[in-house]
Ligand binder design. Sequence first.
Ligand SMILES: Cc1cc2nc3c(=O)[nH]c(=O)nc-3n(C[C@H](O)[C@H](O)[C@H](O)COP(=O)(O)OP(=O)(O)OC[C@H]3O[C@@H](n4cnc5c(N)ncnc54)[C@H](O)[C@@H]3O)c2cc1C
Length: 435
Amino acid sequence: MRLSYDFCVHHTRNGPTGFEPMKRYSAFAIAREALSGHKNWERAWRNAQPKSRYDVVIVGAGGHGLATAYYLGKNFGITNVAVIEKGWLGGGNTGRNTTIIRSNYLQDPSAAIYEKARSLYETLSQELNYNVMFSPRGVMMLAQTEHEVRGYLRTAHANALQGVETRFITPREVKEIVPIINLDGPRYPVLGALWQERAGTARHDAVAWGYARACSAMGMDIIQKCEVTGVRQEGGRVTGVQTTKGDISCEKLGIVVAGHSGDMAARAGFRLPIESVPLQALVSEPIKPIMDCVVMANTVHGYMSQSDKGEMVIGGGTDGHNAYTQRGSFHHIEETVRALVETFPMVSRLKMLRQWGGIVDVTGDRSPILSKTPLEGCFINAGWGTGGFKAIPGSGWGFAELMARGESSLCEEFSMWRFGEGKFIDESVAAGVAH
Ligand SMILES: Cc1cc2nc3c(=O)[nH]c(=O)nc-3n(C[C@H](O)[C@H](O)[C@H](O)COP(=O)(O)OP(=O)(O)OC[C@H]3O[C@@H](n4cnc5c(N)ncnc54)[C@H](O)[C@@H]3O)c2cc1C
């Protein structure tokens, strides 16, 4: 049965009796719940236990896995779906990133999928009836060498042809938008910037939670604390998965596990051209509002924005080695802060509050893989590296289409076989840091 979206957001499956109305979030609902001391809010999603069979199993309840499940239900009426997560929902990179959303990529296939995502972000809160706090505050990528000026001018022209709104701005305009910036750094003066006004940030957990709630409302099962330990197959076709909560059969399998993509692919019997590396970030103590956009300085590997709480959210490049450790380290604080101090001298007086790390999966051309695999019925969504948060709605949209129909114009160029065929989508030259 094809479920209309209206049905989905207003109903949830409660127990064995089927669907019962689900309460909408609204200002009125807040007032109503306040009367009972906020004790009667219903669970945002059911904590499901696995059934023995589903039409589709998605491994990984990060943003990309949940968005895929959501658009499978919304766009294709496929709701007999389980999303299986070894930890807690959104606890991977989706809950660890610095939330930058932009679509100013150089290559056409990238611009298409990231712009699709950015435009879906614009109305995602209304669509999911969940405030994902999308804040189109603008993203500025500083040009601090002649090479970068030429590169960003080229990207601005490419974006104009792709229908992505960006422009190259002068140092004076940079200073007007970001008064705290120092334009005349001794090593890297600011020579201009690529400016995307409708880019910005969103609350990362809320994106996962919003999709999870909508999936659960469609009757999908989100199964947490359940690790997929093996992929079952017969005659070259996927038949199910082995998990720490028992075997589950499925018609189609989507692997959406970010930093663990290589590991999961090995369990399914194929290899991916992918590396897993730690990526770290840190936040400062909260301070008064000083900067209302995101600034990225890719030459020196540092970027910064200010959270709603007032903390400066700071990130840099990936660690220089492969690892699976999701934690921060002192050298990263030093390197990233040192990089930023020349352009933002005020950073030297900030106290840093906390830091953390995630494991990102990086491909050779710094572009993702959204692809069929050598195992029939098994699909892979991986390789978003340091920049996949911004892509979540677009990736889910395209990957759901690929899984449902076997093809998708958004995913066409991102096949895993492009590396063998030499059809790279080379974004690595376009940006030193890909957030
Ligand atoms: C510090 C940092 C900063 C970043 N900043 C940005 C940014 O500013 N903008 C941006 O666009 N992107 C950013 N990124 C990248 C972005 O976070 C990721 O590309 C994106 O979140 C990937 O989402 P995902 O759903 O694919 O993966 P995840 O959110 O990692 O979800 C994958 C899930 O799979 C689960 N899993 C793994 N193996 C198994 C298994 N065997 N069985 C069951 N479950 C399994 C994991 O537990 C995990 O929850 C950043 C990343 C980091 C680490």
